[in-house]
Design a protein. Structure first.
Length: 159
């Protein structure tokens, strides 16, 4: 299962908040259900701030294998120190780390998203229908030749 989703600013902000709590609960339930039905499954996170890292944390809390799909070396370079620390903690606990590009370029996030979808039988998207990277990833998953199962959680519909 691969994850795609919004950054914190589209999910209630960077601190603890009700939207983040509801999203994490829904993602936890989806991961738990998927892992019970697929006990040999791995989980792929693009390691970006927001949903990617929240899902990675849940996967690790459940003791499941995490593949960190890093778009380029230095992905975390511009983040605040606390975000960098969380990133490196998750990376250090991942079962596997795949770095898809040596350097940043405008297309590395899309390359990462395509790689994740291409590896996955299932894609969990926390997406409100807006344009952007998550929307691009969902569109690609819908047209991928291997037809992964797509589970969309709209954060605006969580009560």
């Amino acid at each position: 299962m691969a994850f795609t989703g919004h950054r914190p600013h589209k999910l209630g902000g960077y601190g603890e908040n009700p939207t983040k709590t509801r999203v994490k609960e829904a993602v936890h339930a989806a991961i738990s259900k998927f892992s019970l039905a697929n006990p040999e499954a791995s989980f792929i996170s693009g390691m970006a701030l927001g949903l990617d890292q929240w899902a990675a944390e849940i996967v690790l809390e459940l003791g499941l294998p995490l593949i960190a799909a890093v778009p380029c070396k230095g992905q975390e370079r511009m983040w605040p120190p606390s975000s960098k620390q969380t990133y490196w903690d998750l990376i250090s606990r991942a079962t596997e780390v795949v770095v898809l590009a040596e350097h940043y370029s405008p297309v590395v996030m899309q390359i990462r998203n395509r790689w994740m979808v291409d590896q996955a039988t299932d894609v969990l998207a926390v997406w409100d229908g807006s344009s952007g990277g998550t929307g691009n990833c969902v569109r690609y998953a819908r047209t991928a030749s291997h037809k992964p199962n797509l589970l969309i959680i709209d954060p605006n519909e969580l009560a």
